[in-house]
Design a protein around this ligand. Structure first.
Ligand code: UD1
Length: 422
């Protein structure tokens, strides 16, 4: 497995292009299953998770062609010849469960393995199941697989989620596009990736209102057609690179980014003393000399502070002036980066879903272990600010979510390199 070596202490300067959003693309790709006409995605990110979704769709009989070095994905699900999403693919990535709603809607049947993914909590699928059952599906768990069937087709319904789950919202909205009648989804997730998915479904002919609010209404149609859709910018990659100059000093412009994608996050970063401006091309971020201030953070659904930026924010708080309380409300067990940061001299006290971080003047480079996707990048960020050399081992999770992180940061003055593993 590859490692990444960072030598800290250099201020950053330059521009970084922000890729298309991994999480949007992972929901947009299964939308191809809803139609027998081609769906083309532009601005797709080049990530291993996208390759995993490609393999999954291909295993179901969809054609997926990657063009322009992976930037464009041309898909067609004219002939679906398999309705089973196999454990061997699904275990690599939880988002594989997003084929369930589309397969049920298009083919009336689906067998989907329960997913794996990052080890950041229990991550059940009860909300996906309850939503699809409300649309008339019968779902049974057998041998680790969900067996779903909609004899007579799916029918619109009023569904109220107990929690605004991103994935369940995506599965339910996709399934409802082809259901008979109207579906109203209450307490729907409002994340920008949902808005992007709805835009694409609408271009395919779906009738949907209310995306970006907590009430989405879907009027079922008989069939969906083809479309070409540009994937929205990756707000988590954006937020990650916004923290880079905040922790290392300097100034970066993040091309293609928009502050609107991260309201709760931008607010906290500004409170910490980081300067953020929207430019014509993207978002400019700088930190003048001196340490950032400690701020308290609570992860929340959109537009609140995203859980996917909590690890990176913790890295920043490790070097802040003062004491910061971080509360994780979305996933249990999402502080696995804390002990690794402590190996670098951070002062962190974790109690359940709370972490108290007392900032230190300077972190110190150390060998550390990447435990999940966002944790991996938080260690790289910490390495940028640390004295000496940080070796982040086991970075395979990183490549699931970040394109060429060492090239993007390296081009802006960071001393960073990838060591190829066996
Ligand atoms: C998506 C993102 C992930 C992000 C998360 C929260 C993708 C591919 N992944 O994950 O990066 O961290 O949103 O913003 O888009 N839950 C249930 N029952 C369910 C579904 C979820 O209890 O049926 C719980 C989960 O265990 C978790 C919480 O709800 O505690 C949030 O999950 P959810 O919003 O569904 O996240 P994902 O769609 O898996």
């Amino acid at each position: 497995m590859d490692s990444i070596i960072v030598k800290g202490g250099t201020a950053l300067s330059g521009q970084i292009p922000i890729a298309g959003a991994k999480n949007a693309c992972l929901a947009l790709m299964p939308a191809t299953l809803l139609s027998d006409e081609p769906l083309t995605l532009t601005n797709a990110p080049r990530l291993s998770d996208i390759k995993t979704m490609t393999l999954l769709l291909q295993s179901l009989g969809a054609e997926v062609t990657s063009m322009q070095g992976g930037r464009v994905l041309a898909m067609s699900s004219h002939d679906l010849n398999n309705l089973t999403a196999d454990y061997d693919i699904v275990r690599k990535m939880r988002a594989s469960n997003l084929v369930l709603g589309p397969l049920l809607a298009r083919a009336g049947r689906a067998v989907v393995s329960l997913p794996g993914g990052c080890a950041i909590g229990a991550r059940p699928m009860d909300l996906h199941i309850a939503g699809l059952e409300a649309l008339g599906a019968e779902i049974e768990l057998k041998d680790g697989y969900l067996h779903a069937e909609a004899r007579g087709g799916l029918k619109g319904a009023v569904i109220e989620q107990r929690f605004a789950s991103v994935g369940a919202t995506e599965n339910i909205v996709m399934a409802a596009t082809l259901a008979k009648g109207t579906t109203v989804l209450k307490n729907a997730a409002r994340e920008p990736e949902i808005v992007d998915l709805v835009k694409c479904l609408r271009a395919m002919g779906a009738q949907i209102d209310g995306e970006g609010t907590d009430r989405i209404e879907i009027q079922g149609v008989d069939r969906l057609g083809g479309a070409t859709h540009r994937v929205v910018a990756d707000r988590i990659e954006l937020g990650t690179y916004m923290i880079a100059p905040a922790i290392a000093g300097g100034e970066l412009e993040l091309i293609g980014g928009s502050m609107d994608l991260l309201p709760g996050f931008c607010e906290k970063l500004q409170e910490a003393g980081v300067t953020i401006t929207q430019t014509n091309e993207g978002v400019k971020v700088s930190r003048a000399n001196g340490r950032v201030h400690a701020v308290n953070v609570r992860t929340e659904v959109f537009p609140g502070f995203p859980t996917d930026l909590q690890a990176q924010m913790m890295a920043l708080m490790c070097t802040a002036d003062g004491v910061s309380d971080l509360e994780e409300t979305i996933f249990e067990n999402r502080f696995m980066h804390a002990p690794e940061l402590m190996r670098m001299g951070a002062n962190i006290d974790v109690h359940g879903g709370h972490a108290r971080v007392t900032g230190v003047e300077r972190l110190k480079g150390a060998p550390v272990m990447a435990t999940d996707l966002r944790a991996s990048v938080s260690l790289i960020l910490a390495g940028l600010a640390a004295e000496g050399e940080t070796v982040v081992n086991r970075v395979y999770h990183l490549d699931r979510g970040y394109e060429r992180v060492e090239d993007k940061l390296g081009a802006c003055g960071a001393v960073i390199e990838r060591i190829k593993g066996e």
